[in-house]
Design a protein around this ligand. Structure first.
Ligand code: NAD
Length: 323
């Protein structure tokens, strides 16, 4: 049984979910269906992943077969950078809802605090880094509070249950909260960030959790996910699965290194969204809360923090969100 985190919106979010990034189109629907069968209830998707139609088909199959009801699922998507202008936020959400075949999302996050120039859906979807002009980046002057206000309206319209942010740093969250509170608006329910032993960010997590915002960790296995993308930084970094500290803690508890990495986050009240298409690992990743890391284990893992970030928009176009 997966534990739940109570969100400041009043809704509850499963603490362990399934990440949908890089699920390829041909197998995504089956993988979602299998994950629901295995017991996953939270699915972390995004417009940018380009697979929301297939994710929706997997969800539909499971619902049609009576494996699960819509209200038992927690479906997450993320607003892509091309749709930050308030007039485009609903257009993007409607596309996501129609691709998923759903009439509401449980959680919609601003994927990055970066506003690209709008690209019409008919021109290219998802647009990725395309800003209407080959490989050139173009930006729009949209302050984040304006995008946030558009999301608040969609909560009130019943299309989204909870709203949140991803890849935001401390100073931007600090300012966003000032803006929202000055308007008496809806506060973010969730912050989703890259988080693993090489990038621990304890102050950010302490601040955000202290404000009543839940934290979701992505890329919990550190370099693993970025090796597939041919990232040199990831290839040059020792894998966490083979790291002596992680391996010895895993052996001591009779668990796999992956389970230790996930438990390390969940024990700090953080949600995790690992992705796997291997049936054994699917089950393994879902069952991580039946053991407890000791204070000593946590102290040892704390020593691995080197502030190493794999998902950094500085590498796209020198975009300074984390400098
Ligand atoms: P991840 O850390 O979940 O790692 C995935 C890799 O680990 C895959 O290669 C998989 O085969 C392997 N793996 C999974 N379980 C394993 C196990 N038990 N033992 C050994 N290997 C195992 O990587 P991720 O995909 O980067 O992150 C998870 C999810 O987070 C994504 O699918 C996506 O939903 C989300 N995410 C969000 C953002 C964002 O900007 N908000 C960025 C990256 C990822």
């Amino acid at each position: 049984m997966v534990e739940h985190i109570k969100l400041n919106s009043g809704h509850s979010m499963p603490q362990i979910g399934f990440g949908c990034w890089k699920l390829d189109e041909s197998s995504a629907s089956e993988q979602i269906y299998n994950a629901i069968k295995e017991g996953y209830r939270l699915f972390d998707g995004a417009e940018d992943y380009g697979n929301e139609k297939q994710v929706g088909q997997g969800i539909k199959k499971a619902i049609d077969e009576g494996l699960v009801k819509r209200e038992e699922l927690f479906i997450v998507s993320k607003l892509w950078n091309s749709y930050h202008d308030p007039k485009n936020v609903e257009i993007a959400l409607d596309k996501t809802l129609s691709d998923l075949g759903l009439d509401y999302l449980d959680l919609f996050l601003i994927h990055f605090p970066i506003s690209f120039k709008f690209v019409p859906i008919e021109e290219k979807y998802p647009p990725g880094f395309y800003c209407g002009d080959g490989d050139n980046f173009h930006y729009e002057n949209v302050p984040i509070l304006n995008t946030w206000n558009a999301l608040e309206k969609l909560v009130k319209a019943g299309k989204i249950k909870s709203i949140g942010i991803s890849n935001f740093n401390g100073s931007l969250i600090y300012d966003l909260l000032r803006g929202i509170r000055s308007q008496g608006g809806i506060e973010p329910s969730v912050l989703q960030i890259e988080h693993h032993p090489y990038l621990q960010q304890p102050r950010l997590i302490e601040y955000v959790q202290g404000q009543g915002i839940a934290v979701t960790a992505y890329s919990s296995f550190g370099p693993q996910s970025f090796i597939e993308l041919e990232s040199k930084k990831a290839k040059d970094t020792p894998t966490l699965f083979e790291h002596d500290t992680i391996k010895s803690i895993a052996d001591k508890h009779g668990k796999s290194p992956a389970q230790v990495l996930l438990r390390w986050a969940t024990q700090h009240g953080i949600a995790v969204i690992p992705k796997s298409n291997n049936p054994k690992r699917l089950g393994q990743n879902l069952n991580v809360n039946d053991f407890k890391l000791s204070d000593e284990d946590i102290k040892e893992i704390a020593k691995l923090d080197i502030g190493l970030r794999f998902n950094d928009p500085w590498d796209w176009d020198k975009i300074p969100i984390f400098v």
